[in-house]
Write a protein that binds this ligand. Structure first.
Ligand code: UDP
Ligand code: MN
Length: 574
């Protein structure tokens, strides 16, 4: 998950934003990175072939990846993109929808594909405590209907690239998959591996949160390392994670999550300059690491980043600490929000969440979710999100519900046990978290107004239309449902909705959405309570209703005192 989630917004432009929250619902878009010995490798993902005998396989695995040097090159080796043979293009298109990635590409690659060493020099030369001192780990991988080749490549990459002393076992949790090959055939294959590797199966679909809890409960390692079922661990991935936990058992250690292309399976390195945050709707988002955190690490990119939130799918945590800090919220269903829940909880209850930049694991990021969401995506995400809001966000929950009124009506079950946990642990406030861990957050802590911006003449409201940075803002019927029509007029005089601000870069130009930079400039607006004008300071022009030429796009023009240039905020503190 990691990916995480990364709910992103549709490219579909809705004519009205009445149904703004349906954007989350309709499309789930994530944000929003061997051989060999031919007998093992080249069997690769031919699912009908019997696994090789244990003795041969063990030998091969033990000598990987060094022993791979001699094998003939295979598609995708060294992280390169796979090109699909012309006669299989049609098939690869057809099969894409099964897993929402290019299954044919994955299937023609080696299960033990080779990868370059992607670490920066500062990481390659880094000294860690000897493996005899580092904690060992159980790797827990949950999946629902995962493809054979991606699942097995995840497992092989872990075996091939982990010091055997540190790898206690690999526990798979099959969350009620319907694919036959993930049954006995998988058990038989795993029995041939040189590392203890077995499958637990849920009786019915439980979702990734409860599936991970099932795996964690059985784990015997000192540390639990969670991975998604479509990952590739790279050279030296494990030692830096274990070292962080060795130095501080309250550290939750996440690798950098690199991107494995959903189309070509090319391995594309992600930046070590991004960290995890969240937007107004509590969707996880990647943002640039701020200068403050770069300074704290004195410019040393091999030092872990103290990230406000984690993507959620890939991380290591001391096993005992996992339970001490409240494991997971069992009341959360299927997928989503558990990563923010854990991030808030760990920081607020005394731990830390780190992106360990010397550890890199690739993950296939998908644009759409391939599996079913019983009861509907919105219901599940809102349910999970509301559980965070109710338990962890204190007075900020009022703000959340104001901008996301649709979420409030979802049932979210009983959170009393989670509240009790927080109470007993004497965890800090959400205000403390925002001030100390995430001062860069977009939560409107200080603002003059928070609500709709209504045009006096047309009665319409400024509306982000769910559009992205660089696109025009809209002016449409006021729906009173919050969401894309809620703006904060910030203490820096920006007009902000979520993480974007109203921005104009040309005289008379259209009003666009841009990432808020907090520096005034083209994002500074002066509101007059007397004249009700919103003056764009740089151009000295006023915000006006949409022109006839472009009915739904407000623009700026010379201030003329007309009704079309008068605006009211629905909730003004000034
Ligand atoms: N998963 C699961 N049960 C579910 C939903 C997801 O076991 O009901 C697994 C899924 O197979 C994957 C992991 O949870 O291994 C994370 O899900 P996904 O990859 O869809 O999340 P993303 O990476 O997009 O955040
Ligand atoms: Mn995933």
């Amino acid at each position: 998950m990691v990916s995480r989630l990364k709910l992103q917004y549709c490219k579909i432009i809705l004519a009205t934003s009445l149904v703004w929250f349906l954007l989350d619902v309709v499309l789930l878009m994530y944000y929003t990175d061997c051989a060999t010995h031919a007998s093992v490798d080249c069997q690769n993902t031919n699912n009908n072939e019997k696994p090789v005998k244990k003795s041969e396989e063990s030998l091969l695995q033990r000598i990987l990846p060094k022993g791979l040097m001699g094998r003939p090159s295979m598609p995708g080796d060294m992280g390169k993109p796979v090109s699909i043979p012309a006669d299989r293009l049609e098939e690869s298109k057809d099969k894409f929808k099964i897993h929402q990635f290019n299954l044919v590409a994955s299937d023609i690659m080696s299960l033990n594909r080779t990868l370059p060493d992607y670490r920066i020099p500062g990481c390659r030369n880094k000294k860690y405590p000897p493996v005899s001192k580092l904690p060992d780990t159980s790797v827990v991988i949950v999946f629902h209907n995962e493809a054979w080749s991606t699942l097995l490549r995840t497992i092989h990459s872990v075996i091939n690239r982990s010091p055997p002393e540190l790898l206690k076992e690999i526990i798979l949790v099959d969350d009620a998959s319907e694919h036959e090959e993930l049954g006995e055939k998988l058990d038989a294959y795993l029995a041939t591996l040189p590392v203890h590797c077995y499958v637990l199966r849920t009786e019915e679909r439980t979702g990734l949160i409860r599936a991970r809890l099932k795996g964690a409960a059985k784990s015997k390692g000192k540390v639990i390392t969670f991975l998604d079922a479509h990952c590739e661990a790279t050279e030296g991935w494990l030692e830096p994670l274990m070292a962080e936990i060795y130095h501080d058992r309250t550290s939750v250690a996440c690798p950098i999550i690199d991107v494995i292309s959903d189309d070509t399976f090319e391995y594309i390195t992600g930046s070590d300059m991004t960290w995890g945050g969240f937007n107004w709707k509590l969707n996880f988002r990647w943002y640039p690491v701020p200068q403050r955190e770069l300074d704290r690490r004195a410019g040393d990119r091999s030092q872990p980043v103290r990230t406000p939130t984690m993507a959620g799918g890939l991380f290591s945590i001391d096993r005992d600490y996992f339970y001490e800090v409240g494991s997971y919220d069992e009341g959360m269903d299927i997928w989503g929000a558990e990563n923010l829940e854990m991030s808030f909880r760990v920081w607020m209850c005394g731990g830390k969440v780190l992106i360990v930049t010397c550890s890199r694991v690739g993950h296939v990021f998908r644009k759409t979710s391939p599996y079913s969401w019983p009861g509907g995506v919105a219901k599940i995400i809102n349910h999970n999100t509301q559980r965070i809001v109710e338990v962890w966000m204190d007075e900020y929950k009022d703000f959340f519900y104001k901008i996301n009124p649709g979420v409030k009506n979802t049932e979210y079950g009983d959170v009393s046990a989670r509240k009790e946990f927080r109470e007993n642990k004497q965890c800090k406030s959400f205000k403390w978290y925002l001030e100390n861990i995430y001062p860069e957050s977009q939560m409107p802590v200080e603002y003059h107004a928070l609500g709709e911006i209504k045009n006096k003449q047309t009665g319409g409201c400024v509306d982000s239309m769910g559009r992205k940075s660089g696109e025009k803002v809209g002016l449409v019927h006021c729906h009173g449902m919050g969401g894309n029509q809620i703006f904060s007029y910030t203490s820096k005089q920006a007009l902000q909705t979520d993480d974007v601000c109203l921005d104009v870069s040309a005289i008379g130009g259209p009003v666009k959405l841009f990432q808020c930079h907090g520096l005034g400039g083209n994002q500074k607006w002066e509101y007059s309570r007397e004249t009700h004008e919103l003056r764009h300071v740089n151009s000295n022009q006023c915000l006006g209703k949409a022109s006839d030429a472009d009915k739904e796009a407000p623009s700026i023009g010379p201030c003329d005192g007309s009704e079309g240039q008068k605006w009211t905020f629905s909730d003004m503190k000034m």
